[in-house]
Design a protein around this ligand. Sequence first.
Ligand code: MLC
Ligand code: AMP
Length: 505
Amino acid sequence: MVNPLFDRLFARHSGRGDPFLHLPDGSTMSYADFLGQAARIAHVLRDAGLQPGDRVAAQVEKSPQALALYGACAQGGFVFLPLNTAYTVDELTYFFEDSGAALIVCDAGQAAALAPIADRLGAQLETLNADGSGSLTGKAASRPDSFATVPRGPDDLAAILYTSGTTGRSKGAMLSQDNLLSNAETLADYWRFTARDVLLHALPIFHTHGLFVATNVTLVAGGSMIFLPRLDIDRMIAWLPKATTMMGVPTFYTRLLDDPRFTRDLVAHMRLFVSGSAPLLAETHIRFEERTGHRILERYGMTETNMNTSNPYDGERRAGTVGFPLPGVDLKVCDPETGAEVPTGEVGQIEVRGRNVFKGYWQMPDKTAAELRADGFFITGDLGIRDADGYVTIVGRNKDLIISGGYNIYPKEIELILDEQPGVLESAVIGVPHADFGETVLALIVAEPGARPDLEAVSAAARARLARFKHPRRLILVDELPRNTMGKVQKNILRDTYKDLFAEA
Ligand code: MLC
Ligand code: AMP
């Protein structure tokens, strides 16, 4: 019996004693040790009574053991549900409840807060800490280091990743084995990854970029990763000489460029730098080439679709563009109203179809039907142009979305909280240019007639309920919000008014 994702990404490497992970303290973890750890964890999950298809929700720091939990889920046929470490208890409660998670894995520091919620929802709870300790690995230590892989088919779910929605309610994107595997194989081939590659990995592993793009591509190729807990420029600079490739969101590249130790000599040996998750300014692309002689390869993807387009490996990597549709991906630029394709060179909404495109939103058939057409095209909400040479450029968004340092923030979720606060009549949350994060969150507040809302208290209410990266950097009291004749708030006017607030470093 087969389990395509586990067989192709993990099982192929069994018995390999060479490094899979290079760790910050200079030690390494071999493929064999990693697979042994994954197998031991798979035993713990099965012994806990989990059945194939059950959801395993994990809010854990980045560690080899956290990655092994992903491998364990693949091997045991469980659905992996990784969660941003910044999420608050409020946010987590929704994800656990909505997904019907059978098991919650969290840091020991969060266990007291999450245990009553797990109890209420009938979920089990295990801990896994940043140093790899915790009840999960404690139990795993005495289990066998091999596990009989559970058979799975290409359409079986491998993961659910939550992405926020324009209505303020997060949606669980259902990703099948084939969605993940086909995209990883395409990317490894397109970007020429081999077993000799050493990827500098400083991204979080709870989102598509760090988990499915970076990790799965490395696993397909059988290479290794320098596995750093987070973006730390000193460590990046210390480890770059040992790497062959790096992936990051644009903030990674602007921060490296801001450091004088990041020189042409330091990276002369590097094979490839990849950027994505947010727009890379053409200016950053050009500065990077001037400094290093390398052209960053920019690609474009989404949680729902994995990667859709990429600049070419050999051909011209064009600054400001996201390149061509990947092999196996159909891409159309369409009129948002009619869905008809627009002529070359004109702006439209991007739609994509292919094995990479997800199976729909978890238990939200209406939202799935609204975004995934019957013919398989997914409506991305991104506005783009395809030029005469076939290069795609993202020019904007047909969705109310802010991307800060590669994290997506849906204004509606914040506005709903602000609007509930005493003295607040209404609010508008917008993204404005930010020198470090690309965009950051600004909230405009309109007071109820005669009221003077305490902006510090309003801000505190948002802080208590939302992950740090979603907090408005500033709240500004305004007399009214600009509206069009239909009564819709004209956020473009607000974005223009406040565009210089955080633009300078
Ligand atoms: C951290 N903070 C952020 C933030 N990250 N605020 C806004 N936006 C962010 N992205 C908060 C911190 O909590 C801190 O709060 C303050 O901002 C400054 O922190 P920092 O030390 O500068 O943050 P740092 O730890 O360096 O993190 C910044 C970052 C990180 C850019 C390195 O956010 C990151 O790794 N982003 C990658 C996100 C990613 O992987 N996206 C892929 C999604 S998948 P305080 O209170 O201390 O001031 C996807 C599909 C695709 O989009 O195409 O790939
Ligand atoms: P997420 O929901 O986190 O998967 O984010 C997906 C969104 O990130 C896309 O819909 C785009 O708006 C944006 N995105 C990803 N890559 C790029 C890129 N290279 N350039 C511009 N926007 C991007």
